[in-house]
Design a protein around this ligand. Structure first.
Ligand code: G3P
Ligand code: CA
Length: 276
């Protein structure tokens, strides 16, 4: 059992025997529905260029609970926020992120591909995203292809520590990756920050695999194609939460509501919560 699970078990035990236990008995709901964390995938990426300040600002305006960001590193060591390992699809440049200096990356237009009204949007730095949004929205940090950037885990940990975002009261930071060695390392570096496993591989949903993930992860975050009610129950019984992606239709959001997941990661925050 992970340290985090032990702590939760202790709290649960105390609450069970407290006179207020009834008040805590029911899951939070919105109307008839279980309350779900609304996570804006790469910002409100359905409406604005992904992983830019325009997309993150819009997500906050749309009252998303979290923004999701992809973190990589420039040739000269700056942590930057971009999804693909090349700049080709989402900027007016070409080449691998890790082969370009920060100055080269910063000179690219990361907005025009989505629409002329976004011309001039830049590739944000990780630190600028932390500074601009912490306290306004949670931040779901994905280490994207960390195997390409040795030592990126220490760098991310340092940036969070400098801002006191590694403390238990700052629960709206989560670190996730498809690279399980990398997130295990993050758990060791920042034991109080929740960790998430990303996968779309059904092989990662066996009881044995889930048990292993639960020794260091707090979230199991699968693509919605492999989500079943049984999987959700298994994850919950291991003390983890489940967030699923990438929702790009109301039907997909409704399916995940029915599955009773804890978080929905969507390009369209209004499919998860129509408060806009
Ligand atoms: O947060 C889940 C999701 O971001 C994982 O896939 O490829 O969009 O980074 P991808
Ligand atoms: Ca991502």
């Amino acid at each position: 059992m992970s340290k985090k699970l032990l702590l939760s078990a202790g709290i649960a035990f105390s609450l069970f025997f407290s006179p207020f236990s009834q008040a805590f008995a029911a899951e939070p709901t919105v109307g008839e529905r279980k309350q779900v964390e609304n996570i804006a995938h790469r910002g409100a990426a359905g409406y604005a260029p992904e992983n830019t300040i325009a997309a993150f600002d819009l997500a906050v305006e749309m009252k998303a609970d979290y923004i999701e960001i992809d973190v990589q590193r420039s040739k000269d060591g700056e942590l930057v926020v971009i999804h693909d390992t090349t700049v080709d699809r989402t900027t007016d440049g070409t080449g691998k992120v890790g082969d370009l200096t920060f100055e080269q990356l910063r000179n690219l237009d990361a907005g025009s591909w989505k629409g002329e009204q976004f011309a001039g949007e830049l590739i944000p730095t990780f630190e600028e995203v932390l500074d601009r949004y912490h306290g306004k929205a949670g931040i779901l940090i994905e280490l994207k292809a960390p195997e390409l950037y040795p030592g990126i885990e220490e760098q991310v940990a340092e940036a969070l520590k400098e801002r006191n975002l590694d403390k238990p009261q700052n629960e709206k930071i989560i670190i996730q990756s498809f690279n399980f060695e990398s997130i295990k390392k993050m758990d060791q570096l920042l034991p109080k920050v929740p960790i998430g496993v990303l996968t779309s591989n059904p092989k990662d949903t066996t009881p044995e695999a889930l048990q292993e993930f639960s020794t260091y992860a707090d979230w199991f975050n699968p693509s919605y194609g492999i989500v079943t009610e049984e999987l959700v129950n298994q994850i919950h019984s291991l003390g983890m939460k489940i967030g699923s992606w990438t929702v790009r239709s109301q039907e997909a959001a409704d399916f995940l509501f029915e599955m009773k997941v804890d978080a929905i990661i969507s390009d369209y925050p209004d499919y998860v919560d129509p408060r806009k």
